[in-house]
Write a protein that binds this ligand. Structure first.
Ligand SMILES: Cc1ncc(COP(=O)(O)O)c(C=O)c1O
Length: 356
């Protein structure tokens, strides 16, 4: 199946009419560069990256490398300061503040709502089912004429499971707005990326990141994959030099070590299996939810107190008990074997005290 949405109808009028900032490097990027008020004498330390010069505004090399890895075209790739920049840009491009709405499916990643609040965009919510799948009919029924974006997260945070592919497709097919599929954790999952479906759906935006499988959260490199028309809009609205040279270099380096990245993902998956098995032997643990990510959600009696007491022993996990369907749930990132062991030591010592 495939579908073409009239994207221009969705875009805010001021963005359609925007003349973007033209940076000095848009016209010439070599020669004697006296055009951008840089410091020609250079950084005050040894520098082989020419950090005295602004970075490339459109990051052509990095985008080409990402496109090659994900088997799409560079024109389908946007890079920004974390996925969070991409999320914010989508609001600014498509949602008129104080008028338009987005739809989210809690429990899910908190940034969709925070970014909506920052941009003065109303948020409608249709909960996932208790087993953390989409309520497709109800979600589509909640769409209003002002709904511009539906955010789906697969594998989902904090629940860690993937949403059913067919359910996501039904929403992309039926909704005449932007459908964001956030795939921050896709490399830990056996599901195929929705990036392969960009040819079929110009209303689809896939979010990815180098923060998780690539182990590069510190460089803040987020990725949006979408129809070239959407990417062009994102390029037009973003800050001119959003991705800095250090980040770009580290990201390109990361993309040169795909096998090493995959080996670490495999290690995390095998560690995840051990963590699940251990959790399942603990009587106070009521449920370990299915995970397709580098973390998992589990339900344990007195979760909030356990969370606090485990933290007091130096192991920090995330309490998610306030999220819908997540009563008494903790979210645990899979660590190194030693870190996981320390988590179990802390947890077992808290539980032992409770039992005595
Ligand atoms: C679902 C989801 N999307 C996006 C992000 C943020 O990614 P980035 O580090 O690229 O901003 C996270 C981080 O935890 C996440 O869980």
């Amino acid at each position: 199946m495939s579908k073409k949405t009239d994207l221009l109808k969705l875009v805010r009028k001021n963005i359609l009419e925007l003349s973007p900032y033209r940076s000095a490097r848009d016209d010439f990027d070599s020669g004697i560069l006296l055009d951008a008020n840089e410091n020609a004498l250079g950084a005050p330390f040894e520098d082989d990256l020419e950090l005295n010069r602004y970075p490339m505004p459109y990051q052509e090399e990095l985008r080409a490398r990402i496109a090659e890895f994900r088997e799409i075209q560079a024109e389908n790739v946007f890079v920004g300061v974390g996925s969070d920049e991409a999320i914010d840009l989508l609001y600014r491009i498509f949602c008129v503040p104080g008028k338009d709405r987005v739809l989210i499916t809690p429990p899910t990643y908190g940034m969709y709502k925070v970014s909506a609040n920052i941009n003065d965009v109303a948020v409608d919510k249709v909960l996932l089912t208790p087993d953390f799948q989409l309520q497709v009919k109800e979600t589509l029924a909640a769409v209003t004429p002002d709904t511009k974006i539906i955010f789906l997260c697969s594998p989902n945070n904090p629940t860690a499971n993937s949403l059913n592919t067919d359910d996501i497709l039904k929403i992309i097919e039926a909704f005449d707005g932007i459908v964001v599929v956030d795939e921050a954790y896709i490399d830990f999952s056996e599901q195929q990326s929705f990036a392969t479906r960009l040819k079929d759906y110009n209303n689809l935006v896939v979010l990815q990141t180098m923060s998780k499988s690539f182990g590069l959260a510190g460089i803040r490199l987020g990725i949006a994959l979408a129809d070239p028309a959407v990417i062009d809009l994102m390029m037009k609205v973003k800050a001119p030099y959003n991705v800095n040279k250090l980040t770009s270099k580290a990201a390109i380096r990361g993309l040169s070590f795909i096998n090493a990245m995959k080996a670490k993902v495999d290690q995390i998956l095998s560690e995840r299996k051990k963590v699940i098995q251990k959790l399942e032997t603990i009587p106070e643990v009521q449920k370990v939810f299915h995970t397709d990510a580098n973390f998992l959600l589990f339900r344990i009696e007195n979760a909030l107190r356990i969370y606090e007491e485990v933290a007091a022993k130096g192991v920090v996990v995330r309490y998610r008990g306030n999220e819908p369907h997540c009563e008494d749930c903790l979210r645990l990132t899979i660590g190194t074997p030693q870190e996981n062991e320390q988590f179990f030591e802390a947890l077992n010592s808290v539980l032992k005290k409770d039992r005595s």
